[in-house]
Write a protein that binds this ligand. Sequence first.
Ligand SMILES: Cc1cc2nc3c(=O)[nH]c(=O)nc-3n(C[C@H](O)[C@H](O)[C@H](O)COP(=O)(O)O)c2cc1C
Length: 191
Amino acid sequence: MAKVSLAGGNTFCPQALYLYGTIKEDGRADYGLFCWCCYCFAGDAMKFVACIAEDNLTRDRIRATGMLSATVVTEDLLSRADFCGCTDGRTCDKESVIASDRGDVLPVPVPRDGMWTLELRVEDTLHPENQADSEIYICSIVNVRAEEVLTGDTPFDEKMAALKPVVTLGGKYYAVGTQSLGDWGIPMKLL
Ligand SMILES: Cc1cc2nc3c(=O)[nH]c(=O)nc-3n(C[C@H](O)[C@H](O)[C@H](O)COP(=O)(O)O)c2cc1C
């Protein structure tokens, strides 16, 4: 098959989706939808890494409070998550769309219908290319607030069927599906 070279981009790179929850000055919740994020490992602990590269309320509130929640976007949450990604939190009360509780450990808003929510404290902020607008937050995962069905001895495929996470590619949303292709170390046995 012929290969072609393209400008830098991520069109066919699957990205996980999270709703970031922050607390507004008036104490109400704000939520934005985010996909420029990943995990890293440092100092004997897993960290969450998030990039916000535009002027929005979520960035203001992370700067002001140094904390946020990150909730895995599920098929059930998708309409509300899409709304939060396409609507400006400065002119819209998103708590009226997403029923909220407070985190179990940090005073961050968490979606009541979230199934897997990280409570995050920002430990470091990086500015790539010295751009003031673009910030990369390296966060410690202070708590994971999980739906009980995702814990315990239930087979992982059944937990995935309950979670139904959503990813994004090429400006669209896709279901992950629940068909496992094998545990780590198993597909290589087909070589
Ligand atoms: C699918 C999707 C993914 C997004 N990912 C990011 C991201 O990773 N970083 C970012 O700065 N903005 C991202 N955005 C834009 C924010 O969601 C948008 O700025 C939103 O208004 C933030 O909410 P707020 O205004 O309440 O802060 C994304 C939007 C969509 C629809």
